[in-house]
Design a binder for this molecule. Structure first.
Ligand SMILES: [Fe+2]
Length: 138
């Protein structure tokens, strides 16, 4: 896979699903944390979009397939409450953790891209850990 292809793969994993989750969470203190994570995601998307355009790749739009899937998953969890929503969101974080993990190992990535992938990977690990711990505690 070229560095361009890996960049596209990651951009595909960053749908803007966080907004719908904030609205669905009953506990507003949980929503504040998710809003913070959403800022991380927006920053990631910004960097990835710049990378994509430098590489001549068309960045995916918000209405892609992955977004529909993740939104559907969270809509289903909505019936079951906050803990189920966080567990559904955690599976999305699993995907991004894996994608960034792969990207950090990519041989074609220039040092600046590699540094970004490592930072984004740490962010996603942090998101996932919080969702896991919080979902269990609810
Ligand atoms: Fe995340």
């Amino acid at each position: 896979m070229s560095s361009g292809a890996s960049c596209k793969a990651i951009a595909n994993l960053l749908p803007c699903w966080a907004a719908s989750c904030i609205e669905r969470l009953d506990d507003k203190t949980l929503g504040a944390k998710i809003a913070e994570f959403k800022q991380d995601h927006l920053h990631h998307v910004q960097v990835l979009t710049t990378m994509a355009s430098e590489l001549g790749i068309e960045a995916p739009t918000e209405g892609d397939m992955k977004q529909m899937l993740t939104t559907g998953k969270i809509a289903l969890a909505d019936i079951m409450g906050d803990s189920a929503i966080l567990k559904a969101m955690k599976t999305n974080e699993d995907d991004t953790v894996t994608a960034y993990e792969r990207a950090t190992r990519h041989e074609d990535a220039i040092p600046a891209s590699k540094a970004f992938f490592m930072q984004a990977h740490q962010d996603e690990e942090k998101h996932r850990a919080w969702m896991e711990t919080t979902a269990k505690a609810l």
